[in-house]
Design a protein around this ligand. Sequence first.
Ligand SMILES: CC(C)(COP(=O)(O)OP(=O)(O)OC[C@H]1O[C@@H](n2cnc3c(N)ncnc32)[C@H](O)[C@@H]1OP(=O)(O)O)[C@@H](O)C(=O)NCCC(=O)NCCS
Length: 111
Amino acid sequence: MEILGIGIDLVDISKLNEKLAKRFLTPKELEIYNNLQGKRKLEFFGGRLAAKEAIFKALPDNDLHFSELEVLYDNFYKPICHYKDYIIHVSITHEDNKALAFAIVEKKSLD
Ligand SMILES: CC(C)(COP(=O)(O)OP(=O)(O)OC[C@H]1O[C@@H](n2cnc3c(N)ncnc32)[C@H](O)[C@@H]1OP(=O)(O)O)[C@@H](O)C(=O)NCCC(=O)NCCS
């Protein structure tokens, strides 16, 4: 396993809304978002935004658009992102009006 980068980001979820969620979440992320209620929606959305900022900081090249990044859950409910030949391990937390995410980029092995 080769770690190529790490990133972290903090988002103020009080500034987020439904319109922004529809703009920034991928269709699969939006499906999860639409099944949540109340503040959980903003926490989920804020967590995804923080995760994507953290992934951007962690990736070796910055030549990408946010719409190319999708943060879903693995079988153990851990957030994960697959992008090009990278696997990006993400950890998200939220409390009060803040969502924080941390990302580690690993190159996928060929075997
Ligand atoms: C899953 C759990 C860790 C979430 O912690 P929390 O303090 O309730 O909530 P946080 O805000 O810190 O984290 C929530 C985020 O954790 C992530 N998450 C959920 N389940 C997870 C898991 N199994 N592993 C890693 N990350 C997980 C999600 O991204 C979630 O946010 P999202 O759904 O909006 O994307 C917690 O509910 C839990 O089950 N804890 C187990 C407690 C325990 O056994 N403690 C003993 C430790 S030795």
